[in-house]
Structure formats: structure tokens, C-alpha cells
Design a protein around this ligand. Structure first.
Ligand SMILES: C[S@@+](CC[C@H](N)C(=O)[O-])C[C@H]1O[C@@H](n2cnc3c(N)ncnc32)[C@H](O)[C@@H]1O
Length: 225
């Protein structure tokens, strides 16, 4: 990456980190602490992303059934809510999880919330080793920039560095609208714009509505299809 590009990313991420650190300090390790408006919406996002992974792994060679957990890296893990969800509600043996976040305050919260599993969480913007899937929930919703094209470029660059470490694919979600826009620092893409961009950069991409979350879509970019 060129020096100027690196500086631009650095500036963007510094602003993102300030906003999230302030929010986490105010609200704590709760959905509101990462700007979700309810736990149901947060969990429904996880459910939909994991279901998308299931569509390409349940009958494949790496299913939990066959005794091989699916390895996932959550990029933008926040305070560790997906990890908690996997531990409590989904079959924990089915998934091998690690979480990364660019925000040191989020990773510190994960380590406080899971003191026996601190090695699962790192400050980073990409998987720490090769995984089956990279998973992003809400990672790119908040943006300090005002230009949709610029923000999509930033997103695709971030996804590229995760794609090379994702053996089978990536799943992610976005708020979608009839036209791409940034409003009150929240990014909205269109379903088709993101499918087109991701297909061109990475490979076959599909979208499904996120369960019970109005306006949100979940995307699977798969190396398998
Ligand atoms: C809306 S929160 C969602 C957190 C978590 N996925 C959840 O659903 O509870 C988005 C998280 O992504 C992190 N983040 C933003 N940009 C990132 C990037 N480029 N790489 C890694 N993490 C990022 C933020 O620090 C924040 O913790």
C-alpha cells in the first residue's frame, strides 16, 4: 500500500476508534456499546451470517458433523458478543473462533469479558491465521468520510486483506437503501452495488435479507460456488 493510502487509512481509523471508544466507555459491553439498538438485532445479524456459512459447509468436508470445526475470524469483534453467542447458544464445538478489532478498547473489553480466552482476541484488521471464513457484522456501518465511493474503496481494501486469509469465503452485512448514501455517519449501500463490487473483486456473491432487521442485508462471498 502506498504511503499516502496508508496515511488516509490511519486517519480514518483514528476517527472510528475515537467514536467507538467513547461509546463503549459510556454504555459498556452491551449492544448499545457498539451502536446496536437492541440485542435482538445484534443476534439476528449473527444468526443470518452463520446460516449463510451453513449453506456452503453443512454438507461439505469441514462440517462439525464430520468432526472438523469451521474456523472463523470475526473482523470487528467489538466486546465479544458473537463469541459469547457461540458459547451460549450455538454448538460451540462447531466453530473455532478468533476475533480482531482495530480498537484497543474493544479488545481490552473482550479480554475482561473472557479472561480465560484472552488469546482469542487481538488488535488487528485481518485474521491472524488462515481461516475458513472471515465474518463481519456491522464492521463498516459507521464511517467518518462523506463520500460513498471513497468509503467503498476503503471497505474493498480491507476485505482484500482478509480474503487472502479466508480459505472458503467471507460473510458480512450492510444497511441497504435504494441509493447508496451516507447519512449521520452511517453508510448505506445498495444490495446490487455491493454484489457487483464484491463479485468483481473476489467472486460469486449472494445476498439475503438479515432476519428481522429491516433494511439490513447479509452477503456471502464464496470460493466454493
Ligand atoms: C457495530 S460494531 C459491531 C461489533 C460486533 N461485530 C457486534 O456485532 O457486536 C463494529 C466494530 O467494528 C470495529 N471496526 C471498525 N472498522 C474496523 C476495521 N477496519 N477492522 C477491524 N475492526 C473494525 C469497530 O471498532 C467496532 O468494534
Amino acid at each position: 500500500m502506498k504511503f499516502l493510502q496508508r496515511m488516509r487509512r490511519f486517519t480514518i481509523e483514528r476517527k472510528i476508534n475515537q467514536t467507538y471508544a467513547k461509546r463503549l466507555a459510556a454504555k459498556g459491553s452491551r449492544p448499545e456499546g457498539v451502536f446496536w439498538n437492541s440485542e435482538a438485532n445484534q443476534i439476528n445479524r449473527f444468526v443470518t451470517l452463520l446460516a449463510l456459512i451453513d449453506t456452503v459447509t453443512v454438507d461439505g468436508p469441514i462440517t462439525g458433523k464430520a468432526g472438523y470445526p469451521v474456523s472463523i475470524a470475526e473482523i470487528g469483534c467489538g466486546y465479544g458478543a458473537l463469541y459469547r453467542y457461540l458459547q451460549q447458544r450455538d454448538a460451540p464445538d462447531r466453530w473455532r473462533y478468533h476475533g480482531v478489532d482495530i480498537n484497543p478498547a474493544m479488545i481490552a473489553a473482550c479480554r475482561r469479558n473472557f479472561p480465560k480466552e484472552i488469546a482469542h482476541f487481538m488488535v488487528a484488521d485481518r485474521p491472524q491465521y488462515e481461516v475458513d471464513f472471515s465474518v463481519f457484522s456491522g464492521t463498516y456501518n459507521l464511517t467518518p468520510v462523506e463520500d460513498c465511493e471513497q468509503w467503498l474503496g476503503y471497505i474493498l481494501q480491507g476485505l482484500q486483506s482478509c480474503w487472502t486469509l479466508s480459505r472458503r469465503g467471507m460473510v458480512l452485512n450492510f444497511l441497504c437503501a435504494p441509493e447508496a448514501r451516507i447519512s449521520k455517519k452511517i453508510y448505506y449501500t445498495t444490495r446490487q452495488d455491493f454484489i457487483t463490487a464484491a463479485t468483481r473483486h473476489f467472486g460469486p456473491t449472494i445476498a439475503v435479507p438479515t432476519k428481522n432487521v429491516a433494511g439490513d442485508f447479509s452477503f456471502l462471498i464464496s470460493r466454493d460456488s
